[in-house]
Write a protein that binds this ligand. Structure first.
Ligand SMILES: Nc1nc2c(ncn2[C@@H]2O[C@H](COP(=O)(O)OP(=O)(O)OP(=O)(O)O)[C@@H](O)[C@H]2O)c(=O)[nH]1
Ligand SMILES: [Zn+2]
Length: 361
């Protein structure tokens, strides 16, 4: 029935629900569970969830490692909630902000064996909602009935394997934007079909689609791009890439809204707080429960293809970007190094990226 939402549309609704603090009901292979994000959980909701069945808290194996809890899986760790645990307990497990002040959170009991698919999906949903990757999970008997009785979103993940893939991107508008680097600037806006962030393509001149185009995949960095933060090299890289395209008379810069290497600005500021406590950029992401890089570079290759490009001269120091382009049908005719903006403040950050994330110095 065309009026009914499909799983991708329901997932978009579920993400919005989690962000406002609503629980959602997830189903997988005949099992079902009530799921709420740890970050937005209220005491009332926690109490209501407890009346249904004993909850557990799904966290990532990365976060479990910091908390010295056994994950028993590469996908998710499921921490049993003590009877007297309230929202503060849940938040302290989810959020590493006070780890150093209150290091003893354990010993934490974790579940071993049994179906973990829903707990894993709950983490993926929380991540894609740019919340902390931690979710309260309460197994339920009849998912659709519970959802219908309480006006909650029911999302059955059975067979919905494409749910986590980037949605199709559609160009929604474009217009001329004369810029300092080039009068012949044009901004294109692309919207994904999954309700996620829009991404932008800045086209300079009229690049020949038959030739490799000078290209940059730039991930949004509010602090670097807008505030001129000295903690990273993003602002200088953005401006140097645009200037090089202006000089060449042609190029395309994709401005991908993947703030904080895909964890969102709120989580990036959590990571910055941890960096002020002495952790490096990679350790900070791991303590929060994220991988060091959560970006999906397929978005970039999809936009390039939609614009008619097949081959790029890619301005980057990140070999992963090159590999992802090649794996997704865009030829990288040349890698053009982009080394600008090194300062006393970001030297250690750049060295960490080279040592731990494979960036080329
Ligand atoms: N999580 C996290 N993200 C950061 C940090 N510093 C910068 N970022 C983000 O990192 C991303 C930088 O991306 P890019 O400029 O594409 O950099 P890159 O992967 O190093 O690759 P190239 O610049 O192409 O060599 C942006 O999304 C920033 O917001 C940090 O300390 N933690
Ligand atoms: Zn930055």
């Amino acid at each position: 029935m065309p009026l009914q939402p499909d799983p991708k549309e329901l997932a978009a609704r579920a993400r919005a629900d989690l962000r406002v603090g609503l629980a959602v009901v997830l189903g997988l292979d005949g099992a079902a569970a009530l799921v709420a994000a740890a970050e937005t959980l209220t005491a009332d909701r926690l109490a209501a969830m407890r009346t249904i069945a004993p909850p557990h808290l799904a966290i990532t194996p990365r976060r479990a490692e910091t908390l010295k809890a056994r994950a028993y899986s590469d996908n998710v760790a499921r921490v049993t909630l003590p009877d007297d645990a309230g929202v503060d307990w849940v938040r302290n497990i989810a959020d590493p902000a006070d780890d150093l002040m209150m290091p003893l959170k354990g010993p934490l009991a974790t579940l071993r064996g049994g179906a973990e698919g829903i707990a894993h999906a709950a983490l993926r949903l929380a991540k894609s909602a740019h919340l902390l990757p931690a979710a309260l999970v309460v197994p339920v008997e009849d998912g659709p009935a519970l959802a219908a009785a309480n006006g909650l979103t029911w999302l059955d993940l059975t067979g919905a394997d494409t749910l986590w893939q980037t949605g199709t991107l559609t160009e929604v508008s474009a217009a001329r934007v004369p810029m300092e680097v080039s009068r012949a600037g044009r901004l294109h806006i692309f919207r994904p079909g999954d309700g996620g962030e829009e991404h932008y393509a800045v086209e300079i001149g009229r690049p020949d689609r038959a030739e490799p185009v000078l290209a940059r995949l730039h991930s949004a960095c509010f602090t670097g791009d807008v505030l001129g933060s000295l903690k990273c090299d993003c602002g200088p890289q953005l401006h140097a890439a645009l200037a090089a395209m202006g000089d060449a008379g042609a190029g395309v810069l994709l401005y991908l809204n993947q703030e904080g290497r895909g964890i969102g600005l709120a989580n990036k500021m959590r990571a910055y707080s941890l960096q002020d406590q002495g952790f490096d950029t990679v350790e900070a992401n791991h303590r929060l429960g994220f991988e060091d890089d959560e970006r999906d570079f397929r978005t970039g290759s999809e936009i390039l293809k939609a614009m008619g490009f097949h081959s790029v001269r890619l301005m980057t120091n990140n070999p992963r970007k090159v590999a992802m382009m090649m794996a997704n049908g865009i030829e990288v005719a040349e890698r053009v190094p982009l080394k600008v903006g090194e300062s006393d403040e970001n030297r250690a950050y750049l060295a960490t990226k080279a040592a731990k994330s494979g960036h080329l110095l």
